[in-house]
Design a protein around this ligand. Sequence first.
Ligand code: ACO
Length: 428
Amino acid sequence: MAEVAKLELDGKVYEFPVVEGSENEKAIDISKLRGTTGYITIDPGFKNTGSTTSGITFLNGEEGILRYRGYPIEQLAEKAEFLEVAYLLIYGDLPTAAQYEAFKDNITKHTLIHEDMRLFFEAYPAKAHPMGILAASLSTLSTFYPESQDPNRAQEAVDLTIQRLIAKVPTLAAWAYKNAMRHPVVYPNNQLDYCENFLNMMFSMPTDEYKVDPVVSKALNKLLILHADHEQNCSTATVRVVGSSQVNLYTSIAAGVSALWGPLHGGANQAVIEMLEAIKADGGDHDKWIAKAKDKEDPFRLMGFGHRVYKNFDPRATIIKKAADEVLDALGVNDPVLDIAKKLEKVALEDEYFVARGLYPNVDFYSGIIYRALGIPTEMFTVMFALGRLPGWISQWKEMIEDGAPIGRPRQVYTGATKRDFVDISNR
Ligand code: ACO
């Protein structure tokens, strides 16, 4: 007999079906709750709410498991190329050699940005945060492709929008950086692979030939794969909710970029480095900063620590920590901030406050250190995260559209004033 959950309200018992996932995760389906009982649920931050079923990413926070379409993150980070992972996430299976060649070819064709759009970059102030530029320019892209307005077009037309997005985001990202430097933009070079082309657009100068270091492009490939999807996190949930209004894909992704920007989400990688720099400048006293993080009167949190889902360890952090050592070693970089990070991690992992709350280093604790070693400026760290997360956002949006998801529209329990009559301004 199918499992049901029973709920007793006002002396009446209601039954709700239990839904079971392919990895035996269980949920109570309350989609008919309001209709049958008149009640709604309250769950701030959606800590217990599954907003969808999904066949894309499996995550078990207790055991530190992360798999894309069934493939363990450890194997993908070790063996795959980022675009291969993008294909896997978006289309459900690893591509054959022929499918992969065609996919890469289609993406390579679309790396250029419309020349009129370059003019927008000239108008941003030099101090503009590149995440602001990226979000704005993604929305702007939709104005250049008005035919993309309907998300329910034929598969071929949707695929073209997907290819344009994956191809153009590296160009937009690198140009956002060039804007901050007030340097001329570098156009895409379609002879280079995805990571090499991005690095070339970032670091090539009219005055100097830039040769991509394979250590750097390999590390970038790994970081992008580690960030490629993470089921229903803040930015992905945002992409799904915004997309559920049937707005175009460019604009849905722009909303995801905005959600990612915040320091409690993707912005944490920038915040981690700023925190480590502040600790260094303050004399490197870890205990003082650990005490600040534990003090409930102090808003300071140990950035890069804690996760809504992982309560034992973040498997991505384990891979990144090892990669950070390898990359710094291969590039001959000696970063004192890495030493501070390691000491801070050791102290926190043994501290009762952090242990009791299941607070462990997350993916962002070490990613900023690698990005720094690769020469990426701090303000660009979250943009790098967005570059990696793009295929995840696209695949989650595609699944939501194909599932015919209803518009995302939560309810509330109203706690404001009850009905009162308008008082004329002269009598207030
Ligand atoms: N430093 C100090 N205390 C912390 C931290 C931290 N980094 N994170 C959580 N806590 C404490 C909270 O104060 C709370 O303590 P309490 O139970 O005594 O009140 C407890 O741990 C639980 O924390 P919540 O905020 O309720 O957990 P939630 O799941 O809502 O938040 C989050 C998760 C936002 C990631 C949080 O741990 C945090 O702010 N971390 C720092 C920012 C960060 O690194 N974000 C990146 C996340 S990974 C990503 O998005 C890619």
